[in-house]
Design a protein. Sequence first.
Length: 56
Amino acid sequence: MSRNLLIIIIAVIVLALLITGGLVEALRVLLYIGLVLAVIALIVWLVRYLTGRKTR
C-alpha cells in the first residue's frame, strides 16, 4: 500500500516539474508544427482533387 502511495507522490512531483520546466513551451511548438502540417496536407489534397489525379 505504501509503495503505491510513494509512486503517486513521485508522479505528481515529476509532473509539476515538467509543467513548470517548459512543457507548455514544447506543447505550443508542437501545436504550431501540427497546424503547419495540416495546412500543407490540405493544400496537397486540394491540388490532387482539382487536377483529378488519383492515387489508385
